[in-house]
Design a protein around this ligand. Sequence first.
Ligand SMILES: [Zn+2]
Length: 455
Amino acid sequence: MAEPVSITYKSPHPVAKQSGAKGEGVLTASATACYTAPMPAVMRSYRLRAYPNGAQVRMLNQWFGAARWLWNYSLASRTKAYQRRKESLTSIDISRRLTKLKTLPKYAWLSAPPATCLTQTLRDQDATFRHFFRRVKAGENPAGYPRFRPRHEHTTSLRFQGVSLPKWVKGTVSLHKLGAVKLAEPLPNVQRPDTVTLKRESDGRYYITFSAKVEVALLPVTNRVIGVDLGLTHLATLSDGTKIENPRHYRARLRYLRQQQRCLSRRQKGSKRRERQRLKVARIHAKIRARSQYTAHQFTTRLVRNFDVIAVEDLAVKNMIRHPRLARSIADAGWGEITRQLEYKCAWYGRTLVKVDRWFPSSKTCSACGHKLERLALSVRGWTCPDCGAIHDRDINAGQNILLAGMSQIGGREDRDLRREGGALAGDGETAPDELRTGQIASELFSNGFNQINL
Ligand SMILES: [Zn+2]
């Protein structure tokens, strides 16, 4: 196996030794370097499992129905007004109509949910229209006109305003007209949010979600960079040779899911057995999602803690490779989640995430000399470079190439030029070309303080 690309550089960032807050004698060699920058406040979103009781579930079913009806009524009115009179209605116009409707005995049920929940539904529709108009302006086709909500929605939600303060730190959340809803865990100690969303997932479980401002401390500089190759057999392979396994039961769960989905397709439409089976499949999906999210959190936190610069392939680029459908769609979701987490964690903790946005054959290219193989079958896990003789593990080599491409991307220079420069400079044979090359770029970049640039 080839030596993993090791890259070292010095960060010129203002670093200070951590103050010995806990007493003297702490400021020794083990003291950690950390940023002197103030803690940034970021918006953090929370999601907690909620357990409404029987009466609350009955109320909620009615409210979800009312919100859905209002959404469809509003969408139909707006569409008609535009088609007939080229008139644009806003949520305020619909809101006025709603007030009138509520006075009619036929629509008395519209007064059951909190008025603010219905207002929020209308506002959400405004946002949907705004996004639609933006896409039309950008010339996207299809632009995605807002859709009607189906009668049997599997996922549905209501947004509440004004959560009552006294219940905020206990194991319940108090929602307007609904009362105290039991939660699986205590609410975090944050400032009370303006709105709280109560959501019913397709597997029939309820969650409350909200976001709050929290302070995060920037992580200490590590002077290390890493390239990440996301995969199927392994969740990820790092350029330093580390391989992250997929959860052990991943394959087995996929097989089980496929089985249960076949069973669902055999059930008669509209039957009770079909609904039961649908819930079962939804729960398997939710479990896979939760598990892969947990794995992703462990993995991304580890990356963000240990490295200053993290290079990944852009997913749009990654998706150019084809794989069996089901495994693929789940892997896609997993990769998407990893990228999403890396994005916000890097932003929070002062790290740099580089998305390699240009397609290149990361598996087939030799990371030591740049030689490109004609072809490399998916089953081949390792190969020897015919040009320089380096022995490569398929995935580690890909990770190293991603790192090199990422470093050159933030340096604004072409990969090929870097290889040539690196080769010329490494004439004495003491330093591996890769090490020297990337180390050099990195030190140049860091002297420009690029960690501060939002890439
Ligand atoms: Zn080579």
